[in-house]
Write a protein that binds this ligand. Structure first.
Ligand SMILES: *[C@@H]1O[C@H](CO)[C@@H](O)[C@H](O)[C@H]1NC(C)=O
Ligand SMILES: *[C@@H]1O[C@H](CO)[C@@H](O)[C@H](O)[C@H]1NC(C)=O
Ligand SMILES: *[C@@H]1O[C@H](CO)[C@@H](O)[C@H](O)[C@H]1NC(C)=O
Ligand SMILES: *[C@@H]1O[C@H](CO)[C@@H](O)[C@H](O)[C@H]1NC(C)=O
Length: 347
């Protein structure tokens, strides 16, 4: 059978997650709100329309909307050169003699966000216009060392965000070889084991199950959060009542079988009417649908993912109402004493 080839919704990503009273990600709560920053999917121009263009990263950490922000993307990589970043117009300066961006302003914003409990994660991959891939698990391990040294707890001559230490990595693999990521994650976890900081590993598969590019990685490698893109596909959330199209149960089952016993599923949604080809729903419908999924799949439910941060500026009431509702309605929400999802299934 020929798999439906989904439209690419994600170009470069920075994910932002936000929690209840104050933004703070909790791996055991079901009320996390994650977004991607760095690709300005709203469009427009930062020169002609700076008020509506995607704002600086730290702007999205001022409120309590997001718990995790995903920096998008690392667009080109292999083991023979330094990885290449793309942050749309946010950062265009390179280290001398290299193709590697140096973004001290983003580095400062990362620290501002982290001081508020918001996790900033580096997204790898993106739409198929980019060239990336790993040929083997051995390549994956080599690449993991590079990523650890350039962005996480290691050290390197070329650190794009200086001494800011990111909180983890996100795989948005939409092309290239499918191999090597298990080796990559395994080697990252070897580094994490010797660190005091708690790192997050996530992936953003399309909702078509199994994911064409990520399936074997999602089954075999340690994954904390699955940000499933329930848009741009026949399996988008608008088809929740059509069992032939919409299939959340497979994602729940996948998370339960992951080597990480606490692996979570997030409902990935468009944050604005033009952020995706389909899957954008009015708030009342969305709340009914999310409540149903939260109730049926509470043990793996982690929260929602919104593509992308640029719509926070351009669809603010919607994004804010949705995020606030998730943060107060799902467990670990309004009441600090609310048990974590792993403890109690809501009736
Ligand atoms: C490897 O990646 C670098 C960018 O980091 C790129 O310039 C180079 O062409 C790539 N090499 C191969 C063989 O794809
Ligand atoms: C590149 O080199 C020039 C000249 O030495 C220096 O002024 C500039 O700061 C360097 N830029 C970076 C990003 O290192
Ligand atoms: C973070 O960015 C990556 C792309 O590098 C994407 O795959 C992933 O879905 C993003 N995460 C979120 C939560 O948007
Ligand atoms: C949730 O569970 C109810 C009751 O079993 C069922 O009718 C409904 O179809 C389920 N919805 C989803 C989206 O799984």
């Amino acid at each position: 059978m020929i798999l439906f080839k989904p439209r690419h919704c994600t170009l470069l990503a920075l994910a932002v997650l936000a929690a209840a009273a104050s933004a703070a990600y909790s791996s055991t709560c079901a009320n996390n709100v994650v977004t991607y920053w760095g690709q300005n999917s709203w469009g427009g121009s930062h020169l002609n329309d700076p008020d509506h263009w995607e704002q600086d990263l730290a702007k999205y950490c001022q409120g309590d909307t997001f718990d995790i922000i995903n920096l998008s993307f690392v667009t080109n990589y292999n083991t023979s050169g330094l990885p290449v970043l793309n942050h749309a117009g946010h950062c265009e300066t390179k280290f001398n003699g290299t193709n590697t961006l140096t973004c001290p302003d983003i580095g400062a914003d990362i620290k501002t966000c982290q001081a508020k409990g918001i996790k900033i994660v580096l997204s790898l991959g993106g739409s198929g216009i980019y060239s990336y891939g790993l040929a083997s698990d051995a390549d994956g391990k080599t690449f993991a060392d590079t990523i650890w040294n350039m962005f996480l707890g290691g050290s390197h001559d070329y650190r794009p965000y200086g001494n800011a230490v990111l909180d983890g990595i996100d795989l948005d693999i939409e092309s290239g070889d499918h191999t090597g990521y298990a080796g990559f994650i395994s080697q990252l976890r070897t580094h994490f084991a010797s660190a005091s900081k708690q790192y997050v590993i996530s992936a953003a598969p399309q909702c078509v199950y199994p994911d064409y590019n990520l399936d074997s990685t999602l089954r075999n490698a340690w994954i904390d959060n699955n940000y499933v893109q329930f848009y741009n596909n026949p399996c988008n959330l608008a088809n929740i009542d059509n069992q032939w199209n919409f299939d959340y149960k497979s994602w729940d089952t996948l998370a339960k079988k992951n080597p990480n016993p606490d692996s979570k599923v997030y409902i990935g949604l468009p944050a604005g009417p033009a952020a995706a080809g389909n899957g954008y729903l009015k708030l009342s419908t969305l709340k009914t649908d999310i409540t149903q999924l939260y109730s049926n799949y509470s043990s793996t439910f982690g929260g929602i993912m919104l593509w992308d941060a640029s719509w926070y500026s351009n669809n603010r009431e919607y994004v804010q109402e949705l995020a606030t509702w998730v943060k107060t309605s799902m467990n670990c929400g309004a009441s600090a004493s609310t048990p974590a999802s792993s403890a109690v299934a809501p009736s």
